[in-house]
Design a protein around this ligand. Structure first.
Ligand code: GGG
Length: 358
């Protein structure tokens, strides 16, 4: 009797807003190519909510039963969120992406930063291999809270308070993940973002948790940097980094700055992970919906395609991941290239070239 076909990976596909709708088809084209080449079993479930278009129709970013609709999914492939002309950014973000991260306990946001062959680097004298590191961003608490409020609103005495929340549980688990990543890489090095001179309660405490976790990984060289000088070092000495761990806000900033140092944020992928796999993890480009270029078909699809590759790697499809990354490397080296990379190609032309090389 022939062996039963493997159960397909069930993927919720959410393009979201703006250029999310333009780059997502290119990720699907690449997934189609690896499905055909490697027989990766995929069941792609298109979802048109978690978008500002849905908000315009319903007054909500997602339907009340969104969690039920996503139950049984192995992963979520997400484009971008935000259309500030119609929905305030904090409403669209808290109504979709941040709900996924929190309610699916995606407490790691893993953001690789890499300089590719063929991509002009804005930092003088850098070559591929000089910049290749991971930002591990805490993803469910920290500075991203909705705790606080406004008193005396609209008066001269107006006061606004916004709380930062760091739990021992939430901090230790992201530090542990970052140490594990560092331990699995040859350089055995971890850099910790802090601001313990100015943010005098939570950040010295964060540093103390990093020291406590370091005791379990004595072989790892650890360096702490205040966030301001860390940003300067990303620009001036990017080669010194291998794994960088940061709180939610600092990690968000660093993971835009890092790719900007490698030529364009249009290359940067991310994985919002629930490492225990109790809930689906979510894979998305670091970039947002980019209303300024939406509709022109010029967005760089690499970050979206690479995010889909990270998804397959997380689902155990290493060969498919490697083929997608190799295709990205070839297209970046040889073209065609979108405008952010100095070329003239459209999103679809670059996406098609990646899929052909798979
Ligand atoms: N594809 C990611 C996206 O749409 N990002 C919008 C954004 O502003 N994200 C903020 C964050 O990642 O915390």
């Amino acid at each position: 009797m022939p062996a039963p076909a493997p159960r397909p990976h069930r993927i919720a596909v959410i393009p979201g807003d703006g250029i999310g709708k333009e780059v997502m088809p290119e990720a699907l084209r690449a997934l189609d190519a690896v499905q055909r080449k490697f027989g990766v079993p995929l069941e792609l479930v298109p979802i048109d909510w978690a978008s500002c278009d849905h908000y315009a129709k319903t007054g909500e970013m997602m339907p009340p039963d969104w969690k039920n609709q996503l139950s049984g999914m192995d992963a979520i492939l997400f484009g971008a969120v935000g259309w500030p002309a119609t929905v305030p950014d904090h409403v669209s973000l808290w109504g979709s992406l941040l709900k996924f991260r929190r309610e699916f306990d995606q407490y790691i946001n893993l953001r690789p930063v890499r300089l590719f062959d063929g991509v002009p680097c804005p930092l003088a004298g850098r070559k591929p291999g000089d910049i290749d590191f991971l930002v591990v961003r805490e993803n469910t608490e920290g500075e991203y809270t909705n705790l606080g409020g406004v008193m005396y609103a609209g008066t001269e005495r107006e006061i606004v308070l916004q709380e930062t929340v760091m739990s021992r549980h939430g901090t230790d688990r992201v530090l542990k993940f970052a140490f594990e990543q560092a331990a699995a890489r040859p350089r055995q090095k971890l850099d910790v973002a802090t601001k313990s001179n100015g943010i005098a309660i939570s950040m010295p405490w964060w540093d103390g948790r990093a020291d406590a976790m370091h005791a379990n990984y004595p072989q790892i060289a650890v360096e702490k940097h205040h966030i301001d000088i860390l940003c300067a070092r990303f620009v001036l000495q990017p080669q010194r980094f291998d794994v960088v761990v940061a709180s939610n806000l600092f990690g968000d900033i660093l993971s835009d700055l890092g790719p900007a140092c490698t030529g364009t944020i249009g290359l940067a992928p991310s994985a919002n992970l629930n490492p225990e796999r109790a809930f689906p993890s979510l894979f998305e480009p670091v970039h947002g919906s980019a209303p300024d270029i939406y509709g022109q078909g010029i967005a760089n699809p690499v970050a979206m395609v690479w995010s889909a590759a990270l998804m397959l790697q997380f689902l155990g499809e290493q060969a498919a991941h490697d083929a997608m990354l190799a295709a990205i490397e070839q297209v970046l080296a040889q073209g065609p290239r979108t405008r952010d990379l100095g070329g003239q190609a459209s999103t679809a032309e670059m996406g098609a070239a990646i899929a052909e090389r798979i």
